[in-house]
Write a protein that binds this ligand. Structure first.
Ligand code: PMP
Ligand code: GLN
Length: 413
């Protein structure tokens, strides 16, 4: 059979860092600070809500409204209206999706045309690039760069040049994609940085896709600001969120997109013709979670206070472990990842690049991490292949097992 049986949109987007490194970590039974998921349970109140939903009658096991279970879209609209400072219509302005992944996919499919250019700020969550390509668009990259020399210690020192960003805008540019707090760097964009991006979006009539899945995880006084809340941005921003990150339940795969109904209605078309909706009981449970958080917002009982407080300790633990073995962490202002420069140790026979180094670390030392160049475009990946990413949303015992591996290794060298 001479005919090619597959579609060309699958060409060149086959590699996936999660598929590759999650398998490798499992094969070698490595201590896993690689893939970003908590190795502890979600808080009791959402687990209870899930159990209650599952035993809550026949309708909890059947189809619900395609664009989001009514109870959940109402909870999300109520919760986020207060944050965005904008009356959010639960039925027009919210789309519940199968994780943040599908919210992003619907955004690219519904809003990007053949030949459109999409500016992606690097480092970026890896799926943005294949999603742009599969929508027929062209990805254009602008990296955050560490300012100054190698004494950089905080993700806040990685900055976006306004001139460089502006220079990438052409008449074909349709959207700018940002991720704050950023995966893998942990950067939390300051309001001035968001304003600079917003000004360009407004000036050139662009959309902004803002991936905010780590919105509750900020440290040392860093404040997460939604770009959609800046003047003139609501109607041109798609804000993406994830219950997986919000309630430490990545396997539930509940996410959402929030924007003006004028944009959401096009995303609904992609959604209704692909997955239709996501699991009813999981949506019901997430809705209870948000209602609880609405009532407790800003109090010490709120999970949105407790989770970052717990992660702050873990962040300190991993940072001091890295320092004790001579690795300099870039302290994240948000999220649950930390990157570190491996130039001082990578220069052994086997490995010259982060991918090889991470493979070696898994196979030889039993510790899984993620190579940071996976979060850069081919044109910039070489510049940033001296970093690896550690995930710290893990039990203390997991972090201690990782520490033990690093200690032993550094003592032998
Ligand atoms: N965006 C970012 C920045 C992420 O790190 C992830 C990974 N969880 C996602 C989106 C996808 O989220 P979800 O698991 O809800 O699909
Ligand atoms: N978002 C997760 C991370 O950055 C992983 C996503 C995935 O495994 N596909 O680690």
């Amino acid at each position: 059979m001479a005919r090619r049986l597959y579609a060309s949109r699958t060409i060149g987007v086959d590699k996936n860092v999660w598929v590759e490194f999650t398998q490798l970590a499992a094969d070698y039974k490595a201590v896993n600070l690689g893939q970003g998921f908590p190795d502890f349970s979600p808080p009791q109140f959402v687990q209870d809500a899930f159990c209650k939903a599952v035993s809550g009658g026949p309708q909890m096991h059947q189809y619900t409204r395609a664009f989001g279970h009514p109870r959940l879209v109402k909870s999300l609209a109520k919760f986020f209206s207060r944050i965005v400072g904008q009356e959010i219509d639960p039925f027009e302005d919210v789309l519940v999706t199968v994780g943040a992944y599908q919210a992003l996919f619907c955004a690219f499919q519904a809003l990007i045309d053949d030949g459109d250019e999409v500016i992606i700020v690097e480092p970026f969550f890896d799926c943005y690039q294949p999603m742009v390509l599969m929508a027929g668009g062209t990805a254009v990259y602008v990296p955050l760069r560490p300012k100054g020399d190698s004494t950089v210690l905080s993700s806040g020192d990685w900055v976006l040049s306004a001139e460089e960003l502006a220079s990438k805008i052409t008449p074909r540019t349709k959207a700018i994609v940002i991720n704050t707090p950023n995966n893998p760097l942990g950067k939390v964009y300051k309001v001035e940085e968001l304003q600079m991006i917003a000004d360009l979006c407004i000036k050139h009539d662009l959309l902004c896709f803002s991936d905010e899945v780590y919105e509750w995880l900020t440290y040392d006084g860093a404040k997460h600001v939604k770009i959609a809340s800046l003047p003139g941005m609501w109607e041109r921003t798609i804000t993406v969120g994830s219950a997986g990150k919000t309630f430490s339940a990545t396997g539930w795969k509940v996410g959402w997109a929030i924007s003006s109904g004028k944009l959401i209605k096009h995303m609904k078309i992609i959604h209704q013709n692909s997955v239709y909706h996501c699991a009813t009981a999981a949506q019901e449970a997430v809705s209870h979670g948000f209602d609880r958080e609405y009532e407790l917002f800003g109090t010490p009982e709120s999970y949105f206070q407790q989770l970052p407080a717990m992660l702050h300790q873990k962040r300190q633990k991993v940072a001091s472990c890295l320092r004790s073995v001579g690795l300099q962490p870039v302290m994240p202002e948000g999220g649950y990842f930390m990157i570190t420069d491996i130039s001082s140790v990578r220069d052994t026979k086997n490995e010259s690049y982060d991918f090889r180094f991470v493979k070696w670390l898994i196979k030889e030392k039993g510790l899984a991490t993620i190579p940071v160049s996976a979060f850069f475009s081919p044109e910039h990946s070489k510049e940033f292949d001296k970093y690896i990413r550690f995930c710290f949303v893990k039990e203390d015992s997991t972090l201690e097992a990782a520490e033990e591996i690093l200690r032993k290794w550094s003592q032998k060298e």
